[in-house]
Design a protein around this ligand. Structure first.
Ligand SMILES: [Zn+2]
Ligand SMILES: [Zn+2]
Length: 338
């Protein structure tokens, strides 16, 4: 089968012919129908954080149709529409038992530590396969696997409550979900911060208050009373600093994006005086994915505005979409459609 692989960090992905996966035991082989192109993939292609072993097929936002199952698989049969929880754990450790696979010491994420979805097929254990409710398109299910699920988890970790104010820094695939999910969680107002006018307009369409990050977003948010929860979806120490500085008393700044930068925190000035909290959040849980699929099926989570473009599984098109993410282009989410 064809698979789009990272061969050398810093270089474009390359199309390779690889062996078709053959399921044994509890494994499920899925014909990939949709694979979202995430900012993390652009980071992996650049070489930070390091992924492997190389060559590696990227892609961790994956949905499709079951092609074949191993003899121990009970819940799925060929032609079922499914999506993939990207953290594949050992299934036996204390974290896997609690379905917190992101902390499994032997865990491997698809498209990061094991083959991902930029390919005609993907193989994962049955416990990572989730049925797609009837009304939800595969392209939407795919982007929920990272963008929406990670946003939901971040809002939970930030403990967004009824009547609170949320600031979402970075209006990409995650941001567009985070805005909607913040309102679903009961937020009274949501600030959406970005440098791109097209993205600010898209956020405003969802009811968010657009804040142009080319100006002084911190001053603008503080002038409105500050926020209870600020989420950095950009992955930048500068943006995380802005999150912390935008908080109202007892506010929570949540770090989500990937970055190698560091930042200084004043124990008194940043934390004690306002009882501020700095919270890290990693990935999401399979239970959150099931919740999101339900919200999408009910029409409460609108991903039409998130999935703005589809491209074929081809070297040039996918590398160009990754380049667009590196340069903070206008497109919110591109999905490889097959
Ligand atoms: Zn992602
Ligand atoms: Zn485990």
């Amino acid at each position: 089968m064809r698979a789009l692989q990272l061969i050398t960090p810093g270089e474009p992905l390359e199309m390779r012919e690889v062996a078709d996966p053959i399921p044994g035991g509890d494994e499920v082989v899925i014909d990939v129908k949709a694979a979202g192109i995430c900012s993390s993939d652009a980071h992996y292609r650049e070489g930070f954080p390091q992924v492997g072993p190389l060559p590696l097929t990227l892609g961790h936002e994956v949905a499709g149709v079951v092609a074949a199952v191993g003899p121990e698989v009970a819940a799925f049969t060929p032609s079922d529409r499914v999506c993939v929880h990207y953290q594949v754990g050992c299934g036996r450790c204390e974290y896997c038992e609690r379905r917190l696979e992101m902390f499994c010491p032997d865990g491997r994420m698809i498209g990061n530590g094991r083959p991902g979805g930029y390919a005609e097929q993907i193989m994962v254990p049955e416990r990572n396969v989730i049925a797609i409710p009837g009304a939800v398109p595969v392209e939407h299910a795919a982007v929920m696997m990272c963008s929406s699920a990670t946003s939901l988890h971040a809002l939970r970790k930030g403990r967004v409550g009824a009547g609170e104010t949320v600031a979402v820094f970075g209006v990409g695939g995650l941001g567009m979900s985070a805005i909607q999910l913040a309102f679903i969680a009961g937020a009274a107002q949501v600030f959406a911060v970005d440098i791109k006018q097209a993205k600010l307009d898209a956020a405003a369409d969802l009811g968010a208050i657009p804040v142009d990050a080319n100006g002084d977003p911190v001053a603008e948010i503080l002038a409105a009373g500050g926020c209870d929860v600020a989420i950095d979806l950009v992955g930048s120490a500068t943006v995380m600093r802005q999150c912390l500085d935008s908080l109202a008393p007892m506010g929570r700044a949540v770090a989500v994006g990937l970055t190698a930068d560091t930042m200084a925190i004043g124990p008194y000035t940043d934390l004690v005086s306002g009882e501020s909290e700095v919270i890290g959040t990693s990935d999401h849980t399979v239970g959150e994915i099931v919740e999101l699929l339900g919200l999408a099926a009910d029409g409460r989570l609108d991903l039409d505005r998130v999935v703005q473009r589809t491209v074929p599984l081809e070297e040039a098109a996918v590398n160009a979409a990754l380049d667009d993410l590196v340069h903070f282009g206008d497109t919110i989410r591109t999905v490889i459609a097959m």
